[in-house]
Design a protein around this ligand. Structure first.
Ligand SMILES: C[S@@+](CC[C@H](N)C(=O)[O-])C[C@H]1O[C@@H](n2cnc3c(N)ncnc32)[C@H](O)[C@@H]1O
Length: 621
């Protein structure tokens, strides 16, 4: 049985404080945090069980106070026995990523990292690549002879292997491929969105450059770039722009999870094993766990070990939660999507379309003389309206908005009934004050639907309660044996105390508003937001026709208003009030003294003035 399979059957023992526990119980090394000196622990580990090592060892001297350190001069000698063991436990195709940075000693960068690389090469490691971790948000600072440190090395080592790449026929390429050693790498897993890179890159090449690249050197460079133009994803560079932010306040040198995550994705597959011999707060193991890899962490300090275990535990729980939600939601999502499609369709066909049709119809039939009598002239005077068009617009808008509220409210109410119908077999009720009846989970609901929460005064509310009580009695007589609950549903707004209790329990009811109402109707907390989408889309489609009709109507009515209610360019308020309120019949005559526009041309002082088009013409000439 493979290592991956084994770990699935063995209960996870996280913190190993005594290596004998692993051996005595014949436990697997995978998914363990081990307290101890990594050199000693590594020596106990079997050969070739690790696919990737990602680690950030204590930097020379730098954090002596928190977790000890090694002086720069002794660093190489200290590390080499550890790297020897790391090489032994690493699988042949595995990779070792060493996050390190040379310290400044006596005004210059110490050379222990360079020496270490050379010594590790002597040890049989290949120095395959070097990645730069650019710390996007490093602390600002300046020293007399250098700027703030904003990057660290992530050095890639691989094991020398006998297997070499196949040698192609082409001699030129031979040299390159001969040197390339084989190790596991999954480049596609770290691809990044292409953005506008290829386009701007190509724009910067002159045509001659492109031609030269294609013809003289035959590198195919121009051609290769154009290949990338249509692609959505590109391979990243070897500079990783990551913030130092790690959300881990309990370790002074934790790296961000995105750092090990990136290398884990690049060099391993699910089920592989990742080792961090200087585990600290457990970041590498957390990243491995989240990405479905096994992990082994070694840490010298007990408190960090415990911190690491806690962090991995947290990651594990999060993972379980995410998997659970994902599997639940993916199952439910299909049904929700199908429901939403039906809702969208309904909203467009049966709410938005008739709403706009009815609005248009009302608008087209609007007559100045009839709406004048419905609106309060004193109010418009109190608002100091002086222009005929403002007045007409004001009364048209006021008329429309009172109509719209009713039309839209009724249509949306039908939508709520439709949802209840398709989900629970609900139907439109004939009982007084009740619009909808449906049964769910053994409860029979009677629902009176209103637009907003302030829909009625106390008399109206009392009437509704009376009617709810009577409705319950009627339903009992009709043979409904389930518990009956009355609900006043409001399509928008909120109500913090939904239960409205009455001394007479038959009159008690629930008031659900806004999100709670739509959730009550559909058991979907998001429905109240979702219905905005089709409303928004369809309104954009239909609004133009409405706007045109509206403008024409306002212009037409303004013209009519001016004929009857304007005197010497002023609104004749007395005539208006008489028309609306004077007892008896008031015969409406056009105003005698109407100011007429004189459209006859006169010779103007401005006749020599050039208009803008003339200016352009003369400039072109
Ligand atoms: C730079 S920190 C690693 C931080 C880690 N990458 C993280 O994200 O939390 C180095 C860690 O190595 C631990 N350490 C130092 N010497 C060790 C040794 N010989 N064996 C195991 N751990 C050691 C230190 O206690 C420290 O927590």
């Amino acid at each position: 049985m493979s290592e991956v399979d084994l770990s699935a059957h063995i209960p996870e023992v996280k913190l190993i404080t005594d290596l004998r526990d692993i051996k005595a119980a014949n436990l697997h090394w995978n998914s363990k945090v081990i307290l101890g000196d990594c050199l000693k622990v590594l020596k106990q580990m079997p050969e070739g069980i690790v696919d990737l090592i990602v680690t950030s060892p204590p930097y020379a001297d730098s954090r002596k106070k928190t977790y000890g350190g090694i002086t720069p001069d002794k660093y190489v000698a200290w590390f080499l026995p550890i790297s020897q063991e790391l090489k032994r436990v690493l699988k042949p195709g595995g990779t070792f990523i060493l996050n390190i940075k040379e310290k400044v000693v006596n005004g210059q960068r110490h050379n222990y990292v360079i020496k270490l690389i050379l010594e590790m090469q002597n040890q049989g490691w290949l120095w395959t690549e070097e990645y730069i971790w650019h710390k996007k948000n490093s602390f600002p600072g300046k020293w007399s002879n250098r700027f703030r440190d904003s990057w660290e090395r992530c050095i890639q080592f691989n094991k020398e292997q006998d297997i070499e790449e196949e040698v192609p026929d082409d001699w030129e390429h031979c040299i390159q491929f001969n040197k390339q050693k084989k190790f596991n790498m999954y480049q596609e897993s770290v691809m990044v969105p292409m953005g506008d890179w290829a386009k701007s890159r190509l724009k910067n090449l002159s045509d001659t450059d492109k031609k030269r690249d294609n013809s003289r050197v035959e590198s195919g460079f121009g051609k290769n770039i154009s290949n990338w133009l249509e692609r959505k994803m590109a391979y990243p560079t070897n500079v990783l722009h990551l913030s130092t932010e790690c959300g881990n306040k309990n370790h002074s040198a934790a790296f961000p999870k995105s750092l090990p995550s990136w290398f884990i994705k690049l060099f391993t597959e699910q089920g592989n094993t990742v080792l961090d011999p200087f585990l600290g707060s457990g970041t590498t193991c957390v990243a491995a766990k989240e990405l479905g890899r096994n992990y082994i962490g070694i840490e010298l300090q007990k408190e960090y070990c415990e911190l690491a275990v806690a962090n991995i535990e947290k990651a594990k729980l999060n993972l379980q939660l995410t998997t659970l939600t994902q599997s639940m939601s993916s199952k439910d999502q299909d049904k929700v999507n199908a429901d939403y499609e039906a809702y969208y369709e309904y909203l467009i066909q049966h709410v938005l379309t008739p709403f706009y049709d009815k609005r248009l119809e009302k608008l087209s039939k609007l007559k100045l003389k009839s709406i004048l009598k419905r609106k309060n002239p004193y109010l418009f005077k109190a608002k100091n309206i002086e222009f005929a068009q403002d007045f007409v617009k004001g009364i048209v808008d006021a008329f429309l908005s009172s109509q719209e509220e009713t039309i839209f409210g009724n249509l949306l109410e039908e939508f709520a009934i439709y949802i209840s119908e398709i989900l629970y077999g609900g139907f439109k009720s004939k009982l007084n004050s009740v619009d909808l009846e449906f049964k769910r989970n053994g409860i029979y609901y009677i629902v009176g639907i209103k637009s907003g929460i302030y829909w009625g005064n106390s008399d109206q509310i009392n009437r509704m309660k009376e009617n709810f009580k009577k409705a319950k009695q009627t339903l009992r007589q009709q043979g409904v044996t389930d518990e009956i609950i009355a609900v006043n549903g409001c399509m928008y707004g909120k109500d913090r105390n939904p239960l409205k209790e009455d001394a007479d329990s038959g009159k008690s009811y629930y008031k659900y508003a806004g999100q709670e109402f739509w959730n009550f109707i559909s058991e979907d907390e998001n429905l109240y937001q979702e219905i905005i989408v089709p409303i928004d889309q369809e309104a954009k489609n239909k609004d133009e026709l409405f706007k045109n009709t509206y403008q024409a109507k306002v212009n037409e009515m303004t013209f009519e208003f001016m004929q009857y209610f304007m005197n010497n360019g002023q609104i004749d308020w007395v005539k208006l009030v008489n028309y609306v309120s004077k007892k008896g019949d008031v015969k409406l005559e056009p105003s005698p003294k109407q100011m007429m526009l004189d459209l006859e041309e006169e010779t103007s002082d401005l006749e020599d003035t050039l208009d803008f088009a003339d200016v352009l013409d003369s400039e072109e000439a």
